[in-house]
Design a protein around this ligand. Structure first.
Ligand SMILES: C[S@@+](CC[C@H](N)C(=O)[O-])C[C@H]1O[C@@H](n2cnc3c(N)ncnc32)[C@H](O)[C@@H]1O
Length: 213
């Protein structure tokens, strides 16, 4: 199968998993956190002045906004695809995805689970101050367990998000998950409950903000 390897095209691809966050929805969350870094974006869809592009690669560059990781308040709406392994021997590669796209890939495409794991580690090991993720509420996914086990706040968004470029609302519900080095202020839990019910999982206990109490 003669399919060329084209990194530039790869960067532009994955349309399905690159839906942008609607601005009004982002602004509500930004008014609570005041983000200073968008960790996966392009010039066209970045939500903050400072962002990490596919060319820079979030998995290769430090997540710092002003050089101090602790001061980073990062926004992450990652590609939602399940990822793909690189085609090491392109002469033998018969992957349907390569045929469909018309070229092979020579580096792994991270899946949503890789993004989540990496993001959680950035907070744990590299001391990113706060990281907020917009994710599908796929509570049965393996990666959702990582979210549940590590987030200090999970907001189950009321209604469905209409992503930028989509004609209709998403066919799945969403969560906004917050990961932080230190403790979040109670006010943040209250404010986030305006978007949907909020699970507060600090101190190994679960408190629900916004729901019937
Ligand atoms: C779902 S979109 C989110 C865009 C924007 N941040 C927002 O919230 O509207 C995911 C973005 O991740 C970018 N992306 C994909 N792989 C990346 C990588 N390795 N490093 C940085 N950004 C990446 C894509 O180009 C795409 O723009």
């Amino acid at each position: 199968m003669s399919i060329s390897v084209n990194l530039a095209a790869l960067m532009r691809s994955s349309k399905d998993s690159n839906w942008g966050t609607p601005l009004d929805f982002f602004r509500k969350i930004d008014s609570i956190f005041n983000f200073n870094l968008d960790v996966c974006a392009t010039a066209d869809n970045a939500k903050t002045e400072l962002y990490i592009s596919p060319e820079q690669d979030s998995f290769s560059v430090p997540w710092t906004s002003r050089g101090v990781p602790m001061e980073t308040v990062a926004w992450m709406n990652p590609p939602y695809g399940k990822g793909e392994k690189a085609c090491w021997d392109t002469s033998k590669c018969k992957k349907k995805s390569c045929v469909k796209r018309g070229y092979h890939i020579y580096r792994d495409i991270p899946g949503i689970g890789n993004w989540i794991k990496y993001g959680i580690n950035q907070v744990k090991i590299c001391s990113t101050g706060i990281l907020v993720m917009l994710l599908p509420a796929r509570t049965d996914s393996k990666w959702f367990q990582d979210v549940w086990d590590n987030a200090c706040l999970i907001c189950f968004v009321r209604g469905r998000v209409t992503f930028v470029g989509a004609k209709d609302t998403a066919p799945f519900p969403s969560v906004v998950a917050v990961f932080a080095q230190g403790n979040l202020n109670d006010v943040i839990y209250e404010k986030m409950s305006s978007l949907g019910n909020v699970v507060d999982s600090r101190n190994s206990q679960i408190i629900v903000y916004g729901g019937k109490r």
